[in-house]
Design a protein around this ligand. Structure first.
Ligand code: ATP
Ligand code: MG
Length: 362
């Protein structure tokens, strides 16, 4: 079976360290392993519009921000097809047909959509939720199946979307009695903390919509300020430190390697040693923040510098997206053709249809 990788990001803001550990890191790894037939990364502007219909400027302005972040983390246009969702009409058409395979209660039961609705300022009775927003998992199923993608490197908030996609695939193939669509599976991060990296507020997952992000493009000062603003549990320095729910340690667990310890905290060899000492007491959160700041600066600096280089090549980036979108259209149109054939709505190419209709009236 062909190996087809697909992921997408909503252009609702720049990408952050949650995206990096939850998905981008896996994407770069898959790219460098090179074991795939197609690799598509899509900027999901149409999905972003489902809850930003009145804010087109935000979506439009973030298309290239997201593209810059892709290149900043080392995704390579020679190895990956980059494309823009709204410029691939077959995706909307597929969404239309898939909507008939999903019931209303099923749409509203999606746990990620539910929690996203709860986070927004919609009316208490959900009366303000746009239909398009409630149905975005169906459009996501169209994105995935249009390319027959079977490998999806995403964070764990996307698992309900992939489950919905698999249900649509099974339902379609069963209803139209033909194996046209392909089932997909998630490639989750290796470290479970990265499935859903917590935001700097410690309350929820880091998310562009929640203003609790450290961005891959943040400058040195901003990173420092954000690290210092992370809430820590008030305690006397000599009291035992609490690790459970401690955002500083969550981030250190994800980002600090032995090299960082050698450079910035040589009293300890690694995170295990530091964790044990912290639990005993005697280490203040100020020192931990200082270390975390060094670690984050070292992590983000190369991304920011690479990004600056690409910021001077915007016409080239637009051309990459344009060419990638053309290729994506070819792939998606082929699937749409097969879908319409399986459904029997390919009237003009269907000689049986023509014969049937003539016979019916003769
Ligand atoms: P929005 O608030 O607009 O929904 P977002 O920050 O949730 O933005 P998306 O564009 O919805 O970002 O997600 C893109 C990809 O990044 C998805 O695969 C998602 O699983 C992953 N991702 C986003 N936030 C995190 C996080 N905090 N931890 C791990 N993965 C994440
Ligand atoms: Mg999201």
């Amino acid at each position: 079976m062909k190996k087809i990788i697909l992921t997408a990001d909503r252009p609702t803001g720049k990408l952050h360290i949650g995206h990096y550990v939850g998905s981008l890191m896996q994407r770069v790894k898959l790219q460098n392993e090179g074991n795939y037939d197609e690799y598509i990364i899509m900027i999901a502007d149409a999905q972003a519009l489902t809850d930003n219909s009145g804010n087109i400027v935000k979506v439009r302005d973030n298309v290239l921000e997201v593209m810059l972040d892709y290149l900043a983390v080392g995704l390579d246009p020679k190895k990956v097809t980059f494309c823009i969702q709204s410029q691939i009409p077959a995706l909307s058409e597929l969404t239309m047909y898939y909507m008939n395979l999903v019931t209303l209660p099923r749409v509203l039961r999606n746990p990620t959509v539910k929690s996203e609705i709860a986070q927004k300022d919609y009316d208490k009775d959900e009366a303000g939720v746009p239909v398009g927003f409630a149905c975005y998992p169906i459009s996501q199923a169209a994105d995935i199946t249009a390319f027959k993608a079977n490998i999806i490197p995403v964070g764990d908030d996307q698992e309900p979307m992939l489950e919905q996609t698999r249900e649509i695939v099974r339902s379609f193939n069963r209803t139209y009695n033909k194996d046209v669509l392909v089932e997909c599976k998630a490639v989750l991060p290796e470290n479970e903390i990265c499935y859903r990296l917590v935001g700097t507020d410690g309350n929820a997952k880091m998310s562009k919509s929640l203003n609790n992000c450290i961005y891959l493009s943040d400058d040195e000062n901003t990173i420092k300020k954000k690290v210092n603003s992370i809430m820590s549990f008030p305690r006397n320095i000599e009291d035992p430190g609490i690790i459970e729910g401690n955002v500083l340690f969550t981030y250190l667990n994800v980002f600090a390697n032995d090299e960082h310890f050698k450079k910035y905290y040589p009293e300890f060899k690694n995170i295990t040693e530091l964790t044990n000492a912290y639990k005993q007491g005697g280490i203040g959160d100020g020192r931990i923040k200082q270390f975390l700041n060094e670690v984050m600066q070292d992590t983000i600096r190369p991304f920011r510098e690479r990004r600056h280089g690409f910021e001077r090549q915007i016409p080239m980036l637009i051309e990459i997206l344009n060419e990638g979108t053309k290729h994506a259209n070819e792939l998606a149109n082929q699937t749409l053709k097969e879908v319409k054939e399986a459904m029997g709505i390919n009237y003009f190419d269907d000689t049986n249809f023509i014969k049937e209709q003539i016979n019916k009236y003769n």
